[in-house]
Design a protein around this ligand. Sequence first.
Ligand code: AHR
Length: 315
Amino acid sequence: MRLRRTALTVIIIFAALLAAGAARASTIGFAQVGSESDWRTAFSADMKAEAARRGITLLFADADNDVQRQRAQVLGFVAAHVDAIVLAPVVVTGWTETLEKVRAAGIPVFLADRAVDSDPSLFVARIAADFNLEGRLAGAWLAQATLGACGIVELQGSVGSEPTIQRHKGFLAVISQFPNMRILHSLGGDFTSDGGRKAMESIIHSTDGLKDVCAVWSHNDNMLLGTIAAMHAAGLHPGRDQLMVSVDGVPDIFRAMLAGDSNMSVELKSDIGKYIFDVVQGYLGGRRDYPKWVLIPSALHTPADAAAALAKHGF
Ligand code: AHR
């Protein structure tokens, strides 16, 4: 009986020490993609604010869309002996060696937003939305809006990134069900407004003013906003002569909807710091039952709810 009581006491003390470990002001390294879009900027701001709210020391590294730099930044967190690393990887490939070094240092890794193609044992969990679903939602919305007949221009995000790969796949999976829906031209815009504008300027020129183009599908709002500027400069009417569809749900796309220049955006939540740090702090506190993918839900917005969506963002 005495032995059982002693064992129970030891277990309780151990659990309390573990919990205290998590509550201890931890130092977390956050390796961010860059600042290529309004969504990314909002996500970074949310992570910093949430870390401050929780008393977390956040070491923030901006890779400026350069995966080589990002890998070095992750190893810099190892050298700094952080308690955990949150990684939003620029591209999916080329991470195994770096993540193996992080594991050898005994530091847990959590993926946020994007994904890697390395063995899932190299990270605890990925907290992110379903990019493939976003592509399918955009394709389905366009199919119903055009009764399944549309020649489409696609603006692709950064080459090799998870959102570009999966949004393209998801969109194609739906429109390929409709014989009269097809992608006429697909150009990269690197998720930036300037990239979208330059890509569209080239397409307007090569299609003699978007002849036969019924819609523009952009992997994010910023490229679509750049596209809208290029179409206006060419005397075209985005949102009227061509349906304009994208992903992110940033404030400026809701403004474009209210101006009649955009027709639909699939929202990618940017205020996800609370979900990410819940998982990180739970893990540091001893929880081990997290799924490999903690799914963040998506929503869909049109001009019908653009004003309400802006108000919700506090704009
Ligand atoms: O990884 C998410 C994507 O990255 C967003 O849709 C885009 O705005 C950002 O560049």
